[in-house]
Design a protein around this ligand. Structure first.
Ligand SMILES: NC(=O)c1ccc[n+]([C@@H]2O[C@H](COP(=O)([O-])OP(=O)(O)OC[C@H]3O[C@@H](n4cnc5c(N)ncnc54)[C@H](OP(=O)(O)O)[C@@H]3O)[C@@H](O)[C@H]2O)c1
Length: 244
């Protein structure tokens, strides 16, 4: 398969790219850090990737998105899968005091994804085939006190994906919303880990199988579907008092 990965040097994307490489897929990787991208290319070639193209990009520069997708399509001939993985976990308290910080986080986690999706959807619609998979988060399912700036941006993307899935269905393009819970990665390095935590490798396996099985909304690990059912069932007059 021909796979474009946006945010390819993220821990979850890297673990997923390794599984694609082991299948001998063709890959086009886009990420901000050129040095880490080069290291990843070497790693993926050793693991079996048939070809690996790269592009270094800061996704906050929306003006580059259309040409980035064109470059990926030119390299891969056809984009079978577009996987979007980038994101930042902002300082919630700081963002509540300083709108610029909140805006930066919403731009990266939300608006940049919508901009990229616009370019990718155009391309896949024209091809008449393909799968778009985006990593959002269970944090987008209910605004919680400690992370509602991050959660709001992820909710924006999840809602967008839901509508886009219907729009692209008749064009034979499939859309997957991947919602991890707590993953031990550089993004969460400062948190203490516990029972509910998982690894990028576990998320990667689920991403690969969800693409094969053409899933729609995927919780990783699966128990987060039930945790979020419970969280969403808490009445607002209680929920507003919860600090977690
Ligand atoms: N870890 C979790 O618990 C968890 C839970 C739910 C969802 N997620 C989501 O999973 C995805 C992957 O996260 P991860 O856990 O693998 O964390 P990670 O390793 O910290 O990856 C985040 C990636 O996003 C990239 N990035 C951020 N802003 C960017 C920008 N403006 N332009 C280009 N690249 C940018 C970072 O690039 P640099 O390395 O250059 O900074 C980094 O590679 C994210 O969408 C995240 O929100 C994570």
């Amino acid at each position: 398969m021909n796979i474009m990965i946006v945010g390819a040097t993220s821990a979850i994307a890297t673990a997923t790219a390794r599984l694609f490489a082991e299948r001998r897929d063709h890959l086009f990787l886009i990420a901000r850090n050129g040095e880490r991208l080069s290291d990843l290319v070497a790693d993926l070639k050793v693991r079996g990737a048939q070809s690996v193209g790269t592009l270094t990009l800061d996704f906050d520069d929306f003006s580059t998105h259309l040409s980035a997708v064109t470059e990926a399509a030119n390299f891969l001939q056809q984009i079978d899968v577009a996987l979007l993985c980038h994101g930042v976990l902002p300082d919630q308290a700081a963002g509540e005091e300083n709108f610029k910080l909140a805006l930066n986080a919403i731009n990266t986690n939300g608006i940049s994804v919508i901009s990229l999706l616009t370019a990718i959807a155009q391309r896949l619609r024209t091809q008449g085939t393909g799968t778009i998979a985006v990593i959002t988060s269970v944090a987008g399912m209910r605004g919680r006190q400690p992370n509602f700036i991050y959660g709001a941006a992820k909710a924006l993307v999840s809602t967008y994906l839901q509508g886009m899935r219907g729009r692209l269905y008749e064009h034979n393009v499939h859309v997957i919303d991947i919602r991890p819970g707590l993953v031990d990665s550089p993004m969460t390095a400062r948190f203490e880990k516990g029972l509910l935590w998982t690894t990028p490798e576990v998320v990667a396996k689920t991403i690969v199988s969800s693409i094969t099985k053409k899933k729609h909304t995927v919780y990783v690990p699966g128990y987060w579907r039930y945790i979020m059912l419970l969280v969403n069932a808490i009445p607002e007059f209680i929920f507003k008092r919860l600090k977690f």
